[in-house]
Design a protein. Structure first.
Length: 396
């Protein structure tokens, strides 16, 4: 039986990242406990800290400060965008959402909720490599001419597949009958891959801080133009996300982005080296299938043009013959290793819809696990993990 007193190895960074200890001292010394909406000195200090954080986050993401809204995280940001369609419907403007079958539950489940109250939602199949093809997008737009919202994840949270947003956004703008609102869940790209929002021609994007070592309960909604939020409150965040702002969380997120953004290429190269070592070691066991099987080795350096990245070097999906994913997760936990079977937000479900949408067999989908790494992961940790896997394969 595993316990937290034994030596632990953390390989579930895609679910949540360990806290960034280097920022803790700066965070502890900051003074912003006041309510940013209050007029007295403590409130003004909090407002100043909040707006400074907004400016810093905007700079890191290649956006303008007035395009950045602080939310509780990407799940809320995704919901704000999707449910803003209800206001347009109320005004008599037809609405329909097009997305992929491999999106995060906060997109898929909210699309299902919209369908139940009359807003059509359409789901594109994905290719065996884990991404949406240009041809699939063109077919969907040709078939569903009433599409008004397109939601495409940048980095898949289960397979690490990277969507070529430049290419697909350009295609969508050219092929859509209606003017589209294009939204992207960029949670798994934040702090790991380049994010240049102004260059992407998307209308909105969502991010969460805890995926890069920040606190839970703080995230970002980027939107080029204000949207109508479904729920109302005190008017904070210019009415898009009412409720007293999480000033401390915003400050912490800005600090982390300031730290990570200059290190993107350095961290990418290190992650690629570690991921290549992990893939090679797992394949050598003889009972491991990398998903997708066609996944190539990671480039030693981040390409200058980020659409050329096919997979994030931080996320890997792997299946072990005749061992259910849940069994492998428990066995590795007993050995001191934290991995998962997929998205933490759908952990209660034994189904693997993302893998099924790639055309994988039930056996392969149900015997797979997700291994995700971060900047604190060492090659020695990789070696320890693969040795643990070998021991488990001999026993099961």
């Amino acid at each position: 039986m595993s316990n937290l007193n034994q030596k632990r190895f953390y390989f579930d960074w895609a679910a949540t990242a360990p806290p960034n200890r280097g920022i803790q001292k700066t965070f502890d010394n900051a003074m912003f406990f006041g309510n940013p909406s209050s007029m007295y000195a403590e409130g003004r200090a909090a407002r100043s800290a909040l707006e400074q954080a907004r400016n810093r986050c905007a700079a890191a993401l290649g956006a303008a400060a007035d395009e950045i809204y602080f939310t509780s995280g990407a799940t809320e940001s995704n919901a704000i965008i999707l449910f803003s369609t209800l206001y347009r419907r109320a005004e008599g403007i037809e609405q329909a959402v097009l997305t992929s079958a491999a999106e995060h539950p906060s997109i898929i489940q909210n699309c299902a909720a919209l369908e139940r109250i009359g807003t059509p939602a359409y789901y594109m199949d994905i290719e065996r490599h884990g991404g949406v093809s240009q041809e699939a997008l063109e077919r969907a737009l040709f078939k569903h001419t009433n599409t008004t919202v397109l939601a495409l994840m940048y980095v898949n949270n289960e397979t690490g597949a990277v969507t070529n947003l430049h290419k697909l956004v350009k295609t969508a703008r050219q092929k859509s009958v209606k003017k589209l609102h294009i939204h992207s869940d960029m949670t798994q790209a934040l702090g790991k891959l380049p994010v240049a929002l102004r260059d992407l021609d998307i209308d909105s994007a969502s991010f969460s801080a805890h995926k890069i070592g920040g606190p839970r309960g703080i995230g970002i909604l980027y939107t080029r133009k204000p949207v109508q939020a479904l729920y109302k409150g005190g008017g904070q965040e210019r009415g898009i996300r009412p409720g007293t702002e999480n000033t401390a969380g915003a400050f912490y997120l800005a600090e982390i982005l300031d730290t990570l953004t200059p290190l993107l290429r350095e961290n990418y190269a290190a992650a690629a080296k570690k991921m290549n070592a992990l893939i090679a070691s797992l394949r050598s066991t003889g009972r491991c299938t990398i998903i997708p099987e066609c996944r190539p080795p990671e480039a030693a350096e981040m390409p200058m043009e980020f659409p050329d990245i096919n997979f994030s070097p931080y996320i890997l999906q792997a299946a072990f013959k005749n061992i259910p994913g849940e069994v492998m997760v428990r066995a590795l936990d007993d050995e001191g290793f934290a991995v998962s079977t997929g998205s933490a937000c759908s952990g209660a479900s034994k189904k693997r819809p993302v893998l099924k949408s790639m055309g994988l067999s039930d056996e392969l989908a149900l015997t797979s696990i997700r291994i995700s790494i971060g900047w604190d992961t060492e090659l020695d940790d990789i070696n320890a993990l693969t040795e643990a896997v070998r021991r488990i394969l001999k026993q099961i």
